[in-house]
Ligand binder design. Structure first.
Ligand code: B12
Ligand code: SF4
Length: 468
């Protein structure tokens, strides 16, 4: 096992003792437990997101796990069909999570709860990025993860002395992360709408520094990871709970392979327990066949890789140093050799993109038989360097449309019309029945085939207006 050097920034260890003024002590001074309602809102512009089955909200599960030690916590998820109450009289604290695409919804819930004199907490990437905007709709904004500010936040809630925002001076090492208590999601009445893939977290952060990504802004250059034993214990717990070995996990990590030694050790240990898994990954060392071999052997059935672009100028402009176009085919070939399917992300609409970029992407996908290509339009998310760069040219600031499926600005080398026409054509070509058969020939009959046919039906209906 690796030594427990978990934090490339500084380390402050928390004190969990029940000392005077600690949240644990303050909680004992209360006559009744305060009641929390945690809310996962559904986005209102869901072209493809938030539909079908959705993954269990690990973010709020983590919040509930911590808060549940001192408070009565209820978690509701609007994506699964849970209704968000209008009347919050049964609760003291309303906690809402928000990304940009559901920020308006989160804000209106926050406004309603504030009007009822509740303590309103807003967390998640959008409030973190736009503190000033978010503070208008809540009592307090939580910047980044809850774990690193928990003692201060919990004490203030118990004392009734809230600050407008909570931001950690230093990030705590992930060894202090508690095992998520999934009962908050699994016991909900609409739990059947959750995907059977169980979210799990081994690492946090990604120092690659792509200019369009929020992670480097929130977590800087830090890359933290949990003890491998803790990750495995969590997996074994789910195996026991479900009474079978072959449980499928979905890593929620920003970039699980950033530190190769940790990643390979984790996979080696996972080979011993017989789970299945998938993850988001950057391709920094996926061109090495031994990495693909251990990924396959440890049960990886799908790797989600941000290829982003086949245009070297575009890659350079986004600062994605981990991507080398000359390695793309070997990355795919290696993974295929070990029966790992690929969900490949591609983005369009950058200034260096031109009409040839679409053809090059089509050729790459077809030649390399990529199982599950996903296309999006580049979206400058608030708080990123890219947002600041493109801001004067952004067509609108309607957060509902910041879902990577809307046209945000006119690129330099193409009109908006050409961009959308080519964007649609590429998707329709790649998801034609003939193209699906060519890409998927010989692959096991599983959900990826179904996803392809769903995409076939979906892409047939695409029109430029959908993206406006
Ligand atoms: C895994 C992941 C996914 C997964 C799972 C998503 C899910 N259902 O949770 C999948 C692949 C499905 C996915 C889909 C999408 N994703 Co995504 N995803 C991530 C990723 C890498 C990790 C999220 C995660 O679960 N982290 C682990 C949890 C434990 O940490 P956390 O979310 O940060 O939560 C902590 C804190 O934020 C805080 N907190 C959060 N909420 C609250 C609430 C309260 C009250 C409190 C007190 C604290 C608190 O405490 C939590 C515990 O520590 C993030 C990057 C990131 N680091 O945020 C991108 C990210 C969230 N995704 C992003 C995008 C764009 C998308 C898609 C639109 C992509 C697409 N084209 O389909 C969709 C949208 C889906 C949706 N409906 O929201 C963007 C969002 C940018 C933005 N400003 O909104 C991110 C930030 C990546 C980026 N490009 O910068 N995603
Ligand atoms: S490699 Fe992925 S997680 Fe890391 S900065 Fe780039 S987009 Fe963000």
């Amino acid at each position: 096992m690796l030594a427990t050097d978990h934090n490339t920034t500084g380390i402050t260890y928390p004190h969990n003792d029940v000392t005077l003024e600690s949240p644990e002590w303050l909680a004992t001074q209360q006559t009744t437990k305060k009641k929390w309602l945690l809310i996962q809102p559904k986005s209102s512009t869901s072209i493809m997101v938030d539909s079908g089955t959705v993954s269990m909200p690990l973010n709020l599960i983590m919040v509930a796990t911590l808060a549940g030690k001192l408070f009565d916590v209820t978690l509701i998820d609007e994506r699964t069909g849970d209704k968000i109450p209008e009347d919050f009289s049964g609760y003291d604290v309303i906690g809402i999570t928000s990304r940009t695409l559901n920020a308006n919804k989160a804000y209106s819930i926050g406004d309603n709860a504030l009007a009822q004199n509740k303590i309103v907490l807003l967390g998640g990437v959008h409030p973190t990025m736009l503190l000033d905007e978010a503070t208008q709709h809540c009592t307090s904004v939580i910047y980044g993860e809850i774990e690193s500010i928990w003692n201060e936040l919990a004490s203030d809630i118990l004392r009734g002395t809230m600050k407008s925002s909570y931001r950690a001076a230093e990030l705590l090492p992930m060894t202090t992360m508690q095992r998520p208590d999934f009962s908050y999601a699994l016991n909900s009445k609409n739990a059947k709408r959750y995907s059977s893939r169980i979210p799990v977290l081994a690492t946090k952060g990604c120092p690659v520094g792509c200019n369009f990504c929020t992670t480097p802004t929130v977590y800087g250059k830090s890359f933290r990871y949990r003890d491998i034993d803790l990750v495995l214990d969590e997996m074994k717990y789910h195996q026991e709970r479900m009474g079978k070995k072959e449980v499928t996990f979905s890593f929620m990590d920003d970039n699980i392979s950033f530190r190769p030694q940790y990643f390979l050790e984790l996979l080696e240990e996972m080979t011993k327990i017989g789970v299945r898994w998938n993850a988001n990954i950057s391709m920094n060392f996926l061109h090495k066949p031994e990495v693909a071999e251990i990924a396959g052997r440890s049960g990886c059935d799908l790797m989600s890789i941000g290829f982003e672009s086949l245009n070297p100028d575009t890659l350079k402009s986004m600062n994605k140093g981990s991507n080398r176009i000359q390695n793309y085919s070997s990355v795919v070939g290696n993974l295929h050799n070990y029966s790992v399917a690929i969900q490949a992300y591609f983005m369009f609409g950058f200034d260096d993109d031109n009409e040839k970029s679409f053809q090059a992407t089509y050729d790459f996908i077809m030649e390399n038989k990529i199982e599950f290509p996903v296309f999006s339009l580049v979206t400058p998310f608030p708080g990123t360097p890219y947002f600041e760069e493109i801001k004067p040219r952004i067509r609108h600031f309607e957060w509902d449309k910041y879902d990577t499926y809307h046209y945000m600005f006119e690129p330099k080398n193409m009109s908006g019309e050409k961009l959308l026409d080519n964007f649609i054509k590429l998707q329709q070509e790649v998801y034609k029945k003939k193209a699906i058969l060519k890409r998927m020939q010989g692959k096991p009959l599983n959900w990826i085939w179904l996803a392809n046919y769903a995409m076939h039906n979906f892409t047939k209906q695409l029109k430029p207006e959908v993206f406006l």
